[in-house]
Write a protein that binds this ligand. Structure first.
Ligand code: BG6
Length: 465
């Protein structure tokens, strides 16, 4: 393979420091990536040495593999810091000269910047030879709103080849998200009962302890629905709910996920009050770069339905929020009861912080009793230290996939469009009907109204096992 050049626009941003560079370090140290040159584009006046000093503490803190000074030095030797104002179209001419001087011809461009800059960077790249034969990676949100996202996507696909535009969703790189299909399709004990006939309801919980931290200006325009639901959580929802597919040829995966999104019960047929609860944590309005009268939601709970034969009237509950009492992401499948006084079976796919699978089933109470009591099996994948070292971080997997031109675990535009449209419609109706943004205490489990959303239907948010 020819040497690849990975150029990161936004080289002094949080994403680059926390995720991209540690992932690249891991790939480099584990020798999965050898022929790569990394060009870091940033506005700040660093040179190679000073940039390496800046990133050292981040690498130390966030790498998965053991940090070693010598390895870090070798990794740093792969980096070039290139100072430039990427909003200035003229600045791409010297960038082209730089690439030419270093014989960098095979490109991947990573746009780790706000979506409002995608457009100008794409225009600038017209001045770079062979840029259009390379790949471009973009982070959500893929635009400011659905209309701007559509226009932007059209523009990127007109310049780069369609299948070389990678819409990254880092949840698709997580170990246990990758595991959902294997758990579901290779175990007849689950696959044969994966439908409304046996499943009572599904919950997808994505609780975060952190607040918006230093991302207020981005988050205040986004909110939980755009930040987490329409991308990460709809990806998981569609993997959980999709029709069976062949695990070894993933060609059908996107089409099947899209089918799920297309069968979400139309927003016009929903009682919105019985569908969505939005909340905001106390003191959110005092966060840096957040409007003092902000109505942005930092919490969302949803009750959705997929109107197809498999899922008729099975509720899919989704909740996510910031400043909650724990960091926990899991999918909980509650099966139907077989007898009124017997607990239902439960399957939990634990995504983070622990990775594993929990199953609850029933047994006869040990001893002379004939009572039926619940028992459980709890497989903790992340408890095995060896797995921690062997399991790549989400960004490692996805960066490697881009280098190998494998787009199977990236969002496709039609999925993004369908999710975006659905979530926008939900939000519009919520506001049109003047439903409140409920306050909730920091480090609580969220607004009480979200509990009521379920209790009205004799359900409750499931606590982790
Ligand atoms: C990002 C969101 O996509 O995902 C953040 O923008 C969120 O707001 C983050 O905190 C959660 O990712 P993870 O991997 O920590 O669950």
């Amino acid at each position: 393979m020819n040497d690849l050049t990975l150029t990161i626009f936004g080289g002094t941003g949080d994403l680059t420091y926390r995720k991209l560079l540690p992932a690249l370090y891991n790939l480099y140290v584990s020798k999965q990536v050898v022929n790569i040159r990394i060009v870091i584009v940033g506005r700040r006046a660093y040179d190679h040495e000073s940039y390496c000093e800046v990133i050292k503490p981040w690498i130390k803190q966030f790498v998965r593999l053991p940090y070693r000074d010598q390895a870090f030095q070798m990794f740093c030797d792969q980096l070039s810091y290139y100072q430039m104002d990427f909003t200035d179209e003229q600045a791409y001419l010297p960038l082209q000269a730089f690439y030419q001087k270093h014989q960098m011809n095979h490109h991947i461009f990573y746009l780790a910047v706000a979506p409002r800059f995608f457009d100008i960077i794409a225009k600038g790249l017209h001045h770079v030879t062979n840029a259009n034969m390379g790949s471009v990676v973009i982070e959500k949100p893929f635009g400011e709103d659905l209309i701007s996202a559509k226009a932007l996507n059209k523009e990127l696909e007109a310049f780069f080849t369609k299948d070389r535009v990678y819409h990254i969703d880092h949840y698709l790189g997580k170990e246990m998200v990758r595991n959902i299909q294997a758990i579901r399709f290779t175990n007849p004990i689950f696959s044969n009962i994966w439908s409304h006939e046996y499943i009572e309801h599904v919950q997808i919980n994505a609780m975060e302890e952190v607040g918006v931290e230093n991302r207020g200006s981005y988050y205040d325009h986004s909110g939980a629905l755009k930040d987490m639901v329409q991308n990460h959580l709809f990806q998981i929802l569609s993997i959980i709910a999709m029709e069976p597919m062949n695990l070894y040829t993933r060609d059908e995966m996107h089409a099947r996920q899209l089918q799920v999104l297309k069968h979400l019960r139309p927003v016009s047929n929903l009682n919105i009050e019985d569908t969505m609860v939005l909340g905001q944590y106390f003191d959110y309005q005092k966060e840096p770069s957040v409007a003092s009268d902000s109505q942005t939601e930092t919490y969302a709970a949803l009750r959705l339905f997929i109107d197809n034969q498999r899922w008729q009237d099975t509720p899919f509950y989704i909740r996510t929020g910031k400043k909650l009492d724990r960091r926990e992401m899991e999918v909980i499948i509650t099966f139907k009861r077989v007898m009124p006084d017997v607990d239902p079976n439960i399957l939990i796919i634990k995504i983070q912080p622990n990775e594993g699978v929990y199953v609850r089933f029933n047994i006869k109470k040990p001893g002379n009793s004939e009572d039926i009591v619940p028992a459980s099996m709890d497989f903790c994948q992340s408890c095995l230290d060896i797995n921690r070292i062997n399991t790549p971080e989400a960004y490692e997997r996805l960066l490697l996939a881009v280098m190998q031109q494998d787009s199977s675990w990236f969002s496709k535009w039609d999925q993004i469009e369908a999710s975006w449209q659905y979530v926008e419609e939900l939000k519009q109706r919520y506001h049109k009907e003047n439903l409140p943004i409920y306050d909730y205490l920091s480090y609580s489990s969220g607004p009480q109204a979200a509990d009521v959303l379920l209790s009205k239907h004799q359900h409750a948010w499931q606590k982790s096992s």
